[in-house]
Design a binder for this molecule. Structure first.
Ligand code: Z5A
Length: 223
């Protein structure tokens, strides 16, 4: 089914698209492809809001700094990390995402809730139900309209991330941490009819093509 570009930009208003994936999966690159696709759909640039997590507001960026920080003689407890991530997410959702959606914008997020289930639940081993309960307290039923999960072997993602510079506190975890993280991402996508896996081990051209196909299908499904 083809959708006219006028009705495409209307249908895309008030929607929240999220890109998820391990480090080096190519999320930043994928977000630039989504920007290109939105331009092809005649979505005005001023109606597109980009976010990243953790972060995206002044206070949330400070929480991001703490999550990434290493302090001599004191480790950040796993539950403290989890709570900081949700505190940052509440700030972002309430101060940036919801107001943008209410203003007829489309929001494109670099990570969202699935990252906490995958990293803190899968990677760190925090009970997934406990994380779901915290999510409910923090955000209620708020969730993405579309999630594209860029799936990559942890070794490949980390080697790409390494090529960019020094690894941070989370990136220096052992490989099995990222394998557990990946397996939670895969099971979340399997159980969510609004989430799709993109093979991010392919060339950038093929990743872009797969993203465009998925976005076209999703747009055609919007009423
Ligand atoms: N975290 C968490 O634990 N829990 C949470 O709830 C949330 C986050 C929200 C955020 O780090 C950290 O917080 C992250 C998870 C944790 N930590 N770890 N580890 P960040 O925001 O600094 O970093 P990131 O989100 O992991 O993104 P990234 O490392 O910048 O990766 P990326 O955006 O997915 O990749 P990229 O910059 O697009 O590409 C990486 C390189 O690969 C780059 O040189 C590209 O040119 C190249 N690339 C991209 N695609 C390809 C393909 N297809 N082929 C070859 N090369 C490619």
């Amino acid at each position: 089914m083809s959708v006219s570009k006028e009705s495409a930009s209307q249908k895309l208003s008030n929607k929240f698209i999220v890109i998820e994936g391990l480090e080096g999966a190519g999320k930043s690159t994928a977000i630039s492809y989504i920007g290109e696709w939105l331009a092809l759909m005649n979505m005005p640039a001023e109606n597109i809001v980009y976010t990243r997590e953790p972060g995206g507001t002044e206070l949330a960026e400070k929480m991001r700094d703490i999550v990434k920080m290493e302090v001599q003689g004191e480790t950040l407890e796993d539950k403290a990390e989890l709570l900081l991530l949700y505190a940052a997410r509440v700030q972002l959702v309430e101060h940036k995402i919801k107001p943008a959606l209410a203003n007829d914008c489309i929001v494109v997020g670099d990570r969202h809730n699935y990252s906490s289930l995958a990293y803190q639940g899968g990677g760190r081993g925090i009970d997934l139900q406990l994380i779901e309960d915290i999510k409910q307290l923090a955000l209620g039923d708020f969730k993405a309209d579309l999630t594209l999960y860029l799936d990559v072997e942890p070794e490949l993602g980390l080697s790409r991330a390494r090529g960019r510079g020094e690894l941070d506190r989370i990136e220096r975890q052992a490989i099995d941490f990222f394998q557990r993280t990946r397996s939670v991402f895969l099971s979340l996508v399997e159980d969510d009819k609004n989430a799709f896996t993109i093979d991010a081990g392919q060339t950038p051209e093929l990743v872009k093509k797969a993203i465009f196909i998925q976005l076209d299908k999703w747009l055609a499904s919007l009423t």
